[in-house]
Design a protein. Structure first.
Length: 88
């Protein structure tokens, strides 16, 4: 009976510990995603300031990028983008 009682006492502690671990992990992940979004936004502004891009071409590119990322499960490689832009 002591083992069962110990399990009943430890289960809530384990649950609380796991919840805190998951919450901390989610918070850390969200912070990293935010930092990455800031860097991507800066990159977009740098590129946009030096280029004249037709809105129709931009819309077409967005669609292509969405399809590419969906087909590669989020994988994107600079070499593939260079090859595409060079017609290879």
């Amino acid at each position: 009976m002591q083992a069962a009682e110990a399990a009943c006492i430890r289960a809530p502690e384990l649950t609380v510990t796991l919840r805190m671990t998951v919450r901390d992990s989610a918070t850390h992940t969200c912070r990293l995603i935010f930092k990455l979004a800031v860097e991507v936004d800066m990159l977009m502004h740098v590129l946009a300031s030096g280029m004249e891009i037709d809105p129709a071409v931009l819309d077409k590119l967005r669609g292509r990028c969405v399809q590419e990322l969906m087909s590669t499960n989020g994988g994107s490689y600079f070499k593939d983008a260079v090859n595409y832009q060079n017609g290879l």
